[in-house]
Design a protein around this ligand. Sequence first.
Ligand SMILES: Nc1ncnc2c1ncn2[C@@H]1O[C@H](COP(=O)(O)OP(=O)(O)OP(=O)(O)O)[C@@H](O)[C@H]1O
Ligand SMILES: [Mg+2]
Length: 462
Amino acid sequence: MHSIRAQFFGFITALLLILLILLNTYPLISSRDLVFEEKKRSLSSQAAVIASSLSGLETLSRPGIEEVLRILDVSGLERILVTDTQGRSLYDSGGSQSAEGDVAEALSGKIVFRSRFADAAFASACAMPISGQGGLAGVVYLYETDTERAGLILDVQNRIMIVSLVIAGLSLAIVLLFSEVLLHRVRELVRSMRIVAGGDYDHRLAVRGQDEIAELGEEFNQLTERLDENERQRRRFVSDASHELKTPLASIRLLADSVVQNENVDVGTMREFMTDIGSEAERLQRTTEKLLDLSRLDDDVQVASEPVDLRQAAVDALTMLRPLAEEKHVSLHSELDDGCVIMANNDDVFHILFNLLENAVKYNVPDGSVRLLLREVGDSVELTVEDTGIGIPEEDRLNIFSRFYRVDKARSREAGGSGLGLSIVHDAVLAHGGSITVGANKPRGSRFVVSFPRATSEETGI
Ligand SMILES: Nc1ncnc2c1ncn2[C@@H]1O[C@H](COP(=O)(O)OP(=O)(O)OP(=O)(O)O)[C@@H](O)[C@H]1O
Ligand SMILES: [Mg+2]
């Protein structure tokens, strides 16, 4: 694994290196070129002045040349060489540089200039033809070295180097420090992830600052929060479910035991016991069926949606519930609009309607009533189930859709309820893109409102 720091460090070092190289070469090269230019100008103009003064002489001879040079100011020059047309020296102020090549070139009529920067000095040479009355009379060759300017340039170069080394060192240190701080926070995040992955869902990361890493930490904490909540729910569910299954199983065992242990039970009592065993078994069966329904809804495997006419489903559910309603002396009323079609699944819709209506009848009072309304509201279809029953206290309404939740445990159990009906309703409604709310009915009772998006004509194919 390449650590981020190594990559970062490598990148910054390469960048700094390029910068340093540029900084340490470009100013030097360009100032050197400037000096070359200047040398060329000054040396050529000096050569031109000497050449034109010499061309005024009738013949080039050492005394004549000395005379001319005395008049002209030639103090800055290291060497002055004047040759005749054959390249033979007529005057030489002295010097070891070989001038033959330049002189030969100047003899062919060209002005020659050369300059170089070496050994902390600028060395420049210029050779220029001297024109006499009858054409070429000779060549003047000038040579000059300049250590002053060279020293200046080298000094500047040294300073740039020191400053850039200091800057490079400082930036590397800052980068190192910064990446250390950053990586420390990343490592902290990774450590927290490992802790949570190990199963400690209570762990939270202490988030500092407001940058992207802090955002990441925030997200991580939220994720952990959700994991924690899921885990709690799962535990609660398992314990609730086992409890729900344990109670009827215990009664079945108790009833069976008492039949087995009592040798002379009469047929009537036996029948009574058996009926009780049967109803406990039935309750078990209902609970497990509902658990299966819930786990199917949980699975999120989207069952194929089909157009479902809610009116037809409502009529079916009402028909199924009529016997229970008659038994409880509860009257059923309905106002069902036509054309309320949604995209869903017939079984789920039936479960929703049946469970809501069953509750409305079960938790009602004698001579109470239940009203089912079905109508279109804008782009939605709204289902309302109202009853005049015992109602649901406001503080229980939040929990009513949780698994195994019952307001009045004794009453619900007596009515054969498992506390799963509304969870199934809730999950089924959400699975088909709907929403459900619960409130109070006036003057008494409860009201459940379910809303679904209406199926579009493309979906229904009509
Ligand atoms: N219309 C209602 N009026 C009053 N209380 C209600 C109503 N509907 C539900 N409740 C309360 O909400 C609880 C949960 O309802 P839910 O339908 O989930 O379970 P259940 O009816 O007890 O059992 P199940 O529906 O699984 O047979 C009920 O036990 C009951 O206390
Ligand atoms: Mg119910």
